[in-house]
Design a protein around this ligand. Sequence first.
Ligand code: ADP
Ligand code: MG
Length: 624
Amino acid sequence: METKAFQAESKKLLDMMIHSIYTHKEIFLRELISNASDAIDKLYFRSLTDDSVGMNKEDFAIRIDTDKDARTITVTDNGIGMTAEELEANLGTIAASGSLGFKTDNELGDDSQIIGQFGVGFYSAFMVAKRVTVYTRAFGAAKGYKWQSEGVEGYTIEETDEAPANGTRIVLELMDDTEEEGYSEFLEQYRIQGLVKRYSDYIRFPIQMEVSHRKLKEGTEDEYEDVISLDTLNSMVPLWRKNRSELTEDDYNSFYQEKFVDYMPPMAYKHVHNEGMPAYDALLYIPAKAPFDYYTREYEKGLQLYSNGVLIMEKCGDLLPDYYSFVRGLVDSEDLSLNISREMLQHDRQLKAISRSIEKTIKSELAQMLKKDRDKYAQFFEAFGTQLKYGVYADYGMHKDDLQDLLLFESSRGDKPVTLAEYVENMPEEQKEIYYASGASRAAIEALPQTETVLAKGYEILYFTAPVDEFAAKQMVSYKDKLFKSVTESALDLSTEEEKKALDEKQEENKDLLGEMSKALEGKVERVVLSSRLKSHPVCLTSEGDLTLEMQQVLNAMPTDKKVQAKVIMEVNPEHPVFAKLTALAGTDKVAKYAKLLFNQALLLEGMPIENPTEFSELICELM
Ligand code: ADP
Ligand code: MG
């Protein structure tokens, strides 16, 4: 018998498979089962239109057998089978299999990942087998054929009477275990059961295997025996293909907890059947709590990706934008072809379209929750809101329009966080801007000297307690044409024309004193001015330009060499007794000391560290 050589491309792929050090060798079973299922599909389809086939849906099955002594795994189907020509064409050349669309000159070695993630087909058997034998008989054919290969050297085809009545039986003789690699594990019943569950659970035909169960011997109380039964290993109908009306919340929740290993039921779920282009089914979940590593680099976003019920990718990151990275779940699409390499999949138009559609769904679900179940939404936002705020800030604010109405902020109005729309609705007629104040906590913000006047005017203030808040606001610039304004911004002026005039005059009168103070604080503040914004406090710090003190603190805490410096203005309350004292001291060397003291006090009120605590405490003692 003559041994035929594989075609060049097949040879290259085979070579790669055999020498693959890839850890996902296990996917060979998924590939063989998928092929068996395809073959059954073809015959089943024919039986629908051709009565002479004489087979019903219940007659079809895929069967797995293992033999520890012979070290073989056998996968048998009663599908359409192959003629001699088909055997030659399908298993002799990769071009016909269409499993991998890559070209001969593709650098496979660098990207062996593709083996794990996409349909690599029949040849993957050679990752675990030293010899593969295929017995097959095309439906209705008299003759059966045997194809055999030990890998790169080539293959043989001959007639046989050992082929199934119709369908294909594939026998893998496993490689010997070496120190580095074990193959015997694939002979274990639990391993096969696990692989079928993991990759092929939703194949539409039963995948059967003889499984031994330890059972109490009848008539005894403590004697056990092994009972062998032919079990179906897969659950066949994917939950997500079922009708929503057939399913209960419990079904969805327990599926989530089992599949995504969470001890808590999800906060929310959504079952999507998208009929249009692209057609896909999806199950989307929002976990009840952020995973412990959620805000770290280790956290990997992504949804499980299925093609027709077969798991292709455990975490497909391309399906979720970063700001929705908390969503867990899966997508199944018939439209996704398997014959694509990883790189092509990333640019795959269908995948992009699915991802866009999923993003829209998530957005509208969140908007719904916000509208219909505010408490739940607040709980959601507590867990994942920071991520949405980062989303506003990221990519130069590209997604802010999509996200701004999903944001919640604490505010001076009460304990419950508010949306931007609510804030704007609550604005008195004459209020032109959206006011915010940043600080470490609610209490710290409420203690800020600058909040007093704004609140006294009856204006609400958004409390930015998370570092990201202010960055997001800066990125948005405005909401519904109202500018975001920090209450610590020096340009913020809520006084009337008359008040302004009076202040200007006072400022002129005290020019020299303020000049002395500015000089004492050179390098720390741009200047010292009088202010009408203060009520009970003697001084406060404000900033000019885009960078506020709080942002300066956040940015400088980051591990970069470049430090930023906000333009700080010290504002003094001319109505405060301290100011009267200062005017009395004008021209003496005490002014500089008071200036430093007041500056440090203002820093403390802002929740900022003071530069030189020793000097500060000495100054206090001295002036006391
Ligand atoms: P793909 O499944 O992507 O086409 P494979 O390498 O998995 O690529 O299989 C190559 C071809 O071999 C299949 O397209 C099919 O025609 C044929 N084939 C493989 N396994 C079987 C089987 N169990 N029954 C019938 N045909 C099969
Ligand atoms: Mg295949």
